[in-house]
Write a protein that binds this ligand. Structure first.
Ligand SMILES: Nc1nc2c(ncn2[C@@H]2O[C@H](COP(=O)(O)OP(=O)(O)OP(=O)(O)O)[C@@H](O)[C@H]2O)c(=O)[nH]1
Ligand SMILES: [Mg+2]
Length: 243
């Protein structure tokens, strides 16, 4: 019965939201790379459109990932469409478009203390553009506090998220943050993966199908992947309860 219910779920759209240069594109790219290494079939699509000079997103990035392996098949129960917004202030109109039809949000916080105000600005804009829908439809979120590789004294951690949400006056939109806040660094994740691939023999880290064995996934990838897996679980649970 449960499987039957799952089949009725169509594509689910998740949006990564946060200020420019907070690491949205980097995070989704890192997840795509790890999923491709562990199970290439779980990545259906990946498109990123960036300004050639600055590397900043000009419209959005899109990735389509498979989630929930059907037992003993190569198929997935869910196709998750992941979008990142273009964070630059001048691209507000594109963000409005990307927000349409979202079922869940990953709020990417820039841990650099110098960017505290940018985080506030970005959260306030989310409230302005989508606040009513988030409240009425109870759109869930996870929070990924990126750039934890920055030195102490220059960064905020996952413990400061409540304070940040209060300052941005968005606490009412996301009242239940417990267990949904993850701190990590996509730069660290990339460095750790590079180090693994450079220093460890392939036949040790790859299985007979040429896929990266799960136990070799660098730990630094976990907060990135968990913030997505957690929102996917929240969204699916919500959809099932609503049916
Ligand atoms: N130190 C550090 N820097 C990071 C990290 N993640 C991202 N950055 C820096 O931030 C830059 C921008 O990252 P992107 O992923 O392109 O940022 P974005 O949020 O997609 O930016 P927009 O597309 O403009 O919205 C990177 O090139 C890095 O220099 C991190 O974990 N640690
Ligand atoms: Mg981007």
């Amino acid at each position: 019965m449960l499987i039957h219910k799952y089949r009725t779920i169509r594509s689910l759209k998740i949006c990564y939201w946060g200020p420019s240069m907070s690491g949205k594109t980097f995070t989704v790219t890192a997840i795509k790379v790890m999923k491709s290494l562990e199970n290439p079939k779980s990545v259906f699509d990946f498109v990123t459109v960036a300004d050639q000079e600055t590397g900043r997103t000009v419209f959005f990035d899109q990735a389509v990932f498979g989630f929930g392996n059907k037992p003993e098949t190569n198929e997935f129960l869910f196709k998750i469409h992941v979008f990142t917004t273009a964070g630059q202030k001048r691209l507000k109109e594109t963000r409005k478009v990307v927000l349409q039809g979202i079922r869940g949000l990953v709020l990417v916080v820039d841990a650099d203390l110098d960017n505290w105000e940018q985080n506030i600005w970005s959260l306030r804009e989310l409230k302005e553009l989508k606040g009513n829908d988030i409240k009425e439809q109870k759109i869930p979120c996870t929070v990924f506090v990126n750039k934890q590789d920055l030195p102490w004294g220059r960064k905020i951690s996952h413990r400061h998220v409540e304070q940040l949400f209060k300052a941005a006056e968005v606490s009412d939109l996301f009242p239940e943050l417990k267990g949904c806040v993850f701190g990590g660094s996509c730069q660290q994740a990339r460095d750790d993966l590079e180090h693994l691939l450079r220093t460890t023999p392939r036949d040790l880290i790859l299985n007979s199908k040429g896929q990266l064995k799960r136990e070799f996934r660098p730990k630094s990838f976990n907060p990135l992947i968990k913030s997505l897996e957690n929102i996917v679980k929240q969204v699916i649970k919500k959809q099932l309860l609503e049916k």
